[in-house]
Design a protein around this ligand. Structure first.
Ligand code: NAD
Length: 366
């Protein structure tokens, strides 16, 4: 079975990381018989320059036909002055909605070798491995009515609608239970059920879905407490499931626990586990073209692709272990190196990828 993967390098550091990252897919193909066909297309600023739109119809069609998509990053100062509707980031939103990618998976993993890079004390975060599951296509970011008008007294009034339907809650809750089942079997649902009716319904439905997953330990937490607990004792969590806005905020908090943007992968999945995989970081225009970008977030996004879309758990495990091997060996890109550089060997995007590929190949043949 040939898997079709669409490569969308995007802008800034996206293309230079991607050029190396696809070598990992080639290793999996050549060494492990992971039969894959790569296609390439433009998105974001690069697509604006070539076609006048951040998401050309041809890119969306290729994305729909692909089994998975690997995205670099989009955006940059060159396109900052464009109206919101034409900006590079619109390309991402168009892909998410066009492909119905309703589930955003953001693991926050802190390799013990990097514990000192976190803003929290090493003992609180060393070995951290939590997964935040954020609903991505509903909630207050999409609810209608929305807008700014005037009230009866003539004062300007802004409003949005926080709405979730029962099926929307059920499908994200179910995925949360399934993901927890493949990990440490604990799911924490985050809401504000004491104040917002929509999340009282959320809690009720999650509770109900949970009856089908008796082996998963379900807990509920108000979002304010969840924010506090994430910085107080983050290792208490396994999988967190929550709505779009709360997930947006909490996943950024969790991201910073790990110290570096350059280490964080993510996935957005549809109902059939087709996914778009991308690093959490942006296009980093300040370091683009200098061989300074950390490729590990993108490489670990590939590991997520192996695991969640293609069911290749061994390839995923081996690739993640290869990253850990390389960190053990002391190699660091600048963003994850100690300021004085003591005890580590600085490498660029290419050197880091070469080392991970060598370690991955060793793991595959072990
Ligand atoms: P950014 O993530 O691009 O960069 C923030 C800081 O982190 C910068 O100092 C950068 O050098 C550093 N950094 C980021 N990724 C790194 C990596 N892999 N290795 C080493 N250092 C890394 O965020 P920003 O500066 O706020 O945004 C820059 C552009 O990226 C903007 O146009 C923004 O809209 C866009 N953006 C895109 C995405 C996306 O494509 N998903 C996400 C966030 C921001």
């Amino acid at each position: 079975m040939t898997r079709r993967i669409l490569i969308l390098p995007g802008d800034g550091i996206g293309p230079e990381i991607m050029q190396h990252a696809i070598r990992v897919l080639e290793v999996a193909r050549d060494r492990q018989g992971f039969d894959v066909e790569l296609e390439h297309a433009l998105v974001g600023g690069a697509a604006i320059d070539a076609h006048g739109t951040p998401l050309p119809e041809s890119t969306l069609e290729l994305a729909k036909a692909a089994d998975a998509i690997l995205l670099g990053a989009v955006g940059g100062p060159k396109w900052d002055a464009l109206p919101t509707a034409n900006r590079p980031e619109r390309g991402l939103l168009g892909l998410r909605s066009g492909l119905e990618l309703f589930a955003n998976l953001r693991p926050a993993i802190l390799f013990p070798q990097l514990a000192s890079a976190s803003s929290l004390k090493p003992e609180l975060v060393a070995g951290l491995d939590i997964l935040i599951l954020r609903e991505l296509t509903g909630g207050i970011y999409f609810g209608e009515p929305r807008g700014i008008d005037r009230d009866a007294a003539g004062h300007r009034r802004g409003f949005n609608t926080y709405v979730y339907t029962e099926p929307e809650i059920r499908r994200i809750a179910r995925l949360g239970f399934e993901l927890a089942g493949a990990r440490n079997k604990r799911l924490c649902s985050v809401d504000k059920a004491n104040v917002l009716e929509v999340t009282a319904l959320w809690r009720e439905i999650v509770e109900d879905e949970g009856r089908q997953f008796p082996d998963i330990e379900l807990s509920h937490m108000y979002v304010d407490n969840a924010g506090m607990q994430l910085v107080r004792a983050p290792k208490q969590f396994d999988v967190i499931v929550t709505g779009n806005m709360f997930g947006d905020i909490l996943s950024d908090v969790a991201a910073m626990l790990t110290g570096s943007l350059g280490m964080l992968p993510s996935a957005a999945l549809d109902a059939n586990s087709k996914g778009m995989y991308e690093p959490v970081h942006g296009s980093a225009p300040d370091i683009a073209g200098q061989n300074l970008a950390n490729p590990l977030a993108t490489l670990m996004s590939i590991a997520m692709m192996f695991r969640y879309t293609f069911g290749e758990a061994k390839l995923a495990d081996d690739l993640e272990a290869a990253v850990s091997d390389v960190l053990d060996s002391g190699l660091r890109t600048r963003d994850i190196a100690p300021a004085d550089g003591a005890g580590v060997q600085l490498v660029g995007t290419d050197g880091m990828t070469d080392a991970v590929i060598a370690a991955f190949s060793r793991r595959l043949s072990a």
